[in-house]
Design a protein around this ligand. Structure first.
Ligand code: E4P
Length: 229
């Protein structure tokens, strides 16, 4: 499963872009509002950090069809091209109409705020490149977020659509793994959950044990130092 970073924090983006195999960055209005300031410069800075080849997903704020289309095109013109900048449009009737119009022109659309497989099916039929089901928001209301992702994966497999699942809204590392094993294509993950995917106390104690044993036998020498003499 491919991994995207779900934050607009520049320090976090610099860190994870350097150390983790992320394919890009997703934002939404809430994520951007946490950063504040000149959000246009901020988005351009995100693009500069991740480079031209990685994906940047930005959500439209306009709500009328013509304005959504205009805003989507302006976002793509500002931040890259149709291949690396994806426009997030909520799963509503006007969102589907905009998705149909923009995808016909080759724009990559991420239909977001998806809570059901039915919404995902419609988004796929409207030409979306991605659908973003909100896993934790479903789990938090005692609904089956991972099950919804599994249903979408099965639907997409049956239909043979090119539309990909971009699972979002994760609160736990387990939800991420559970989505991966039911066939989710891509997950967008916030910084806190991303850290938890790699951290393990037994990894830390294992490393400490290796260092103790090595130093007991060879002191401060390293294999590199021994090779170089
Ligand atoms: C993607 O960017 C989604 O908007 C995001 O994952 C939603 O996450 P939340 O449910 O934590 O707000």
């Amino acid at each position: 499963m491919r991994i995207i970073l779900d934050t607009a924090n520049l320090d976090d983006i610099r860190y994870f872009n350097e150390y983790f195999p992320i394919e890009g960055v997703t934002t939404n209005p809430t994520i951007l509002s946490k950063e504040g300031g000149d959000i246009i410069s901020h988005l351009k800075e995100i693009r500069a950090i991740i480079g031209e080849d990685k994906e940047l997903h930005v959500q439209v704020m306009e709500t009328e069809f013509d304005k959504i289309v205009e805003e989507a095109k302006a976002i793509v013109a500002l931040l890259g091209n149709k291949k690396n900048t994806f426009v997030k449009i909520p799963a509503t009737p006007v969102g589907l109409k905009a998705c149909m119009a923009l995808s016909k022109e080759g724009y990559g659309i991420t239909v977001t705020a998806v809570l059901t497989a039915a919404q995902a099916m419609l988004a796929s039929n409207a030409g979306a490149a991605y659908v973003a089901p909100y896993v934790s928001r479903l789990e938090n209301i005692c609904a089956d977020g991972v099950g919804t992702v599994a249903d979408i994966a099965e639907l997409f497999s049956i239909s043979g659509t090119d539309c990909q699942i971009l699972a979002a809204s994760f609160k736990t590392a387990k939800e991420v793994l559970d989505c991966a094993v039911v066939g989710c294509h891509t997950a967008t993950i916030g910084s806190d959950v991303m850290h938890r995917l790699i951290q393990h106390t037994t990894t830390d104690t294992s490393i400490a044990g290796f260092e103790k044993d090595w130093k007991g036998a060879f002191g401060e020498k390293t294999i590199l130092g021994m090779i170089k003499g």
